[in-house]
Design a protein around this ligand. Structure first.
Ligand SMILES: Cc1ncc(COP(=O)(O)O)c(C=O)c1O
Length: 403
């Protein structure tokens, strides 16, 4: 039995709070109470923006601050140990072959810039993207026009198959396809395996911004044949801003010229007396200076919760929440248009919808007044609960749409 059965569309929905999740013997309500610290007044449906940290992450940050205050960096070796464990947890989450393919960078945009400005381009080359992209995944490619590189956006609005629309936009000068796994506004989820196969067949590099899915959906960088994958921790990974994972497939690593320099990227970073400029043989070469140890401790703790819960279980719960919202809205089609595609496989954790009898702005303001954290995106109101969002909270937010 799934933990949350869905009410009959059009009929009053029951909250079904406290129903048992047979897989783990816990309820989402119990997890919400024990693992999160959200204020009772808040209904948090904004993980596609910036997520709240779980209790264990808050504790890890407090402990790190206390240790630093009391002992400075005296226990630096144990910090490095946590960093090593974090890389392994990220490897596991991405199903990467080895942690050598993983770098820790500042944010998604920095990782995209490392790829864009590191690859060797020739004038006339082009990059294919979608026309629904978040600015970070558009401007970085457009900036290459200084080198004569063109950016070709594929129109995904009303495309029968968004993947086919992206593939159709490729030509013999296409060097790279760059997409977000889930579009930040519409919530459209792309079939990465299909896109990756099309790229590999044509010798085109495949770059995936997974900030809107990592931590919510299972991702296997090998089966989707991605060359570059990046995500900051502050959305579905439930961690602070400012620490991102960057996966770079070993076979393409040498193709990226390095544009930032410092001690940490060298093969032998602790040999400060050496005059060698030889860089690390792995993805550490992309990390030029001191690591963000505070962020590392926080993301490590957040991943602890995600891996302990299990990404398969998380994905199931995230998709059930989306389905629940879609059924609720579909039963009120005279008042709401669902912008997010409702076909299974084409949505993830985001559901964006447009009120037909008022402006999205006025609905957003009303929801905010009732302490519903959500966003105005993609031409509507965007709800993005996570796996742990109790059904009764979601139900309360949706009921506000009826008032
Ligand atoms: C798809 C997508 N990519 C990138 C970003 C920005 O990421 P960062 O701030 O880590 O560069 C966002 C933020 O909303 C996003 O939705």
């Amino acid at each position: 039995m799934t933990p949350w059965a869905i009410g009959v569309p059009g009929q009053p929905h029951s909250a079904r709070a406290g129903e048992s999740d047979s897989q783990a013997g816990t309820t989402i309500d119990t997890m919400y109470e024990s693992e999160f610290l959200l204020d009772d007044s808040v209904i948090y449906l904004n993980h596609a923006a910036v997520a709240p940290w779980p209790r264990r992450t808050v504790d890890a940050v407090r402990a790190f601050a206390a240790e630093n205050g009391a002992f400075g960096s005296h226990n630096y070796a144990s910090w490095v140990h946590t960093e090593t464990l974090l890389r392994e947890r990220l490897r596991q989450l991405l199903h990467a072959r080895t942690t050598d393919e993983i770098a820790l960078l500042k944010n998604t945009s920095e990782a995209l810039s490392v790829v864009a400005w590191g690859l060797p381009w020739a004038a006339g080359d082009n990059v294919v993207i979608s026309n629904q992209e978040f600015p970070s995944n558009r401007v970085v490619w457009e900036s290459l026009d200084a080198l004569g590189v063109e950016t070709h956006p594929a129109n995904l609005y009303k495309a029968e198959s968004p993947e086919a629309a992206l593939i159709a936009r490729m030509n013999d000068r296409t060097r790279l396809l760059s997409v977000s796994s889930v579009q930040y506004g519409s919530g459209l989820r792309l079939d990465l395996a299909k896109l990756g196969a099309a790229c590999r067949e044509r010798g085109i590099l495949f770059c995936v911004d997974v900030i809107q899915s990592l931590g919510a959906l299972d991702l296997n960088v090998r089966t989707c044949q991605a060359d570059f994958v990046m995500a900051d921790g502050h959305k579905w990974l439930l961690a602070p801003e400012g620490l991102a994972v960057f996966y770079c497939r070993q076979e393409v690593m040498e193709r990226i010229a390095l544009k930032q320099y410092g001690w940490h990227m060298l093969r032998d970073p602790l040999n400060f007396d050496s005059h060698s400029r030889e860089v690390a043989p792995n993805a550490r070469r992309f990390e030029c200076g001191s690591p963000n140890m505070l962020g590392i401790h926080a993301l490590h703790a957040s991943l602890d919760l995600i891996l302990e819960t299990g990404i398969d279980r998380i994905e199931q719960l995230v998709l059930e929440n989306s389905r629940f919202m879609m059924d609720f809205l579909a039963a009120r089609a005279d008042r709401f248009e669902i912008i997010t595609p409702c076909t299974p496989g084409q949505y993830a954790g985001i559901v964006t919808f447009k009120p037909l009898r008022e402006s999205p702005e006025s609905l957003f303001d009303a929801l905010r007044q009732h302490h519903v954290a959500c966003a105005l995106r993609g031409g509507g109101v965007r709800f993005s609960p996570h796996f742990y969002t109790p059904r009764n909270k979601l139900f309360t937010a949706l009921n506000l749409l009826d008032t």
